[in-house]
Design a protein around this ligand. Sequence first.
Ligand SMILES: Cc1cc2nc3c(=O)[nH]c(=O)nc-3n(C[C@H](O)[C@H](O)[C@H](O)COP(=O)(O)OP(=O)(O)OC[C@H]3O[C@@H](n4cnc5c(N)ncnc54)[C@H](O)[C@@H]3O)c2cc1C
Length: 383
Amino acid sequence: MDFGETEERQALRTAVAEIARSFGPAYYAAHAAERKPCDELWAALGEAGFIGVNIPEEYGGGGGGLTDLALVCEEIAAQGTPLLLLLVSAAISAGVISEFGTDEQRKTWLPGLAAGTSKVVFAITEPDAGSNTHRLSTTAVRDGGGWRLSGSKYYISGVDEAEALLVVARTGEAGPKGPRLSLFLVRTDAPGLARHLLPVDVLLPERQFTLHFDDVYLEPESLIGAEGDGFRQVFHGLNPERITGAAMAVGIARHVLTTAARYANDRQVWSVPIGAHQGVAHPLAKAKIETELAALMTRQAAWQHDHGQPAGESSNMAKYAAAEAALAACDAAIQSHGGNGLSSEYGLMPYWGLARLMRIAPVNREMILNYVAQHSLGLPRSY
Ligand SMILES: Cc1cc2nc3c(=O)[nH]c(=O)nc-3n(C[C@H](O)[C@H](O)[C@H](O)COP(=O)(O)OP(=O)(O)OC[C@H]3O[C@@H](n4cnc5c(N)ncnc54)[C@H](O)[C@@H]3O)c2cc1C
């Protein structure tokens, strides 16, 4: 068993970190406060080839795997500049198009995704379905060679930044195992698609939207993969989303712990730096341990995905552990900053908001506990 990282991956970490560091936490905090996408950072990373690190070389990507993309997500976040849309555009959409798209679809979409000049975001969540994908009601019906799409989605991130959406929709009659789902690429300017900003109170540069599809016409080539095979295809994308989400959370934890350790060494209000008080040091040390454990599980999950092994259990565990570690790290970092922990100047609150989001999305903590109870422990399904 080799826990070491190849020289190539270490070099990748260093190069990604260098770019992200040149933007830094102040850049991120300002964009989060203004709800303004981090376009300049995305473009710089795209130009250097890091956004498309997992896309096949023949389509302009780096030819790497999810392990490489997870590393990119972690390292960007560790410099205080996490990019939420990497989880959807790079991990899900680019992954699904690479795996299930036709050669034509790959040629159309992957070069832009690889270069960072185009984004394809992901739309599965619906107001009346929530975590229960069996209740999805957005439907695509045949219209000649194409399709007509109707329904609603909400909390869809980055629609304003994206060229297209990868939409999960019902097609045909439900089978014994639930609805038949299919995946469609829908351009964000498609006639009949209306979007409304859905304000959230966590500080994020990426904005969320409610979408209404009113009989949106989809060309035949909008369908990705096989009709009715959406569940399998979606799951091929959801593990990468969980793994890159975990990697981002590990990066957030690393960033806030580094910040807090520096502050706790410098700040002195009694006769010693506040970091000498165990009440300050222990929560930081505990979060550090939890972060390293989450990083290990994240690496395992990415490795399993890249080696074609079942990665559902490890992806879920990694996402759970990393979100909890990031939240604990943010909480300890904020507490060790005292009043400064809540100030705009010290800029910790945006990371707390993002870490808090990671306990809910892309899959909530309770659904992961359900999965582990049922699939890892063999307990009865509870819902
Ligand atoms: C900022 C933000 C960005 C997002 N971006 C996207 C995006 O880009 N694309 C997209 O498709 N979606 C996106 N989402 C949606 C997100 O994935 C969902 O909010 C998440 O999956 C949880 O679904 P829900 O909100 O419907 O919660 P619900 O399913 O309504 O559940 C509510 C709570 O009930 C509990 N619960 C539910 N079911 C069970 C059960 N069976 N057992 C135990 N407890 C249960 C959980 O605690 C859960 O948190 C985003 C959400 C936010 C807030």
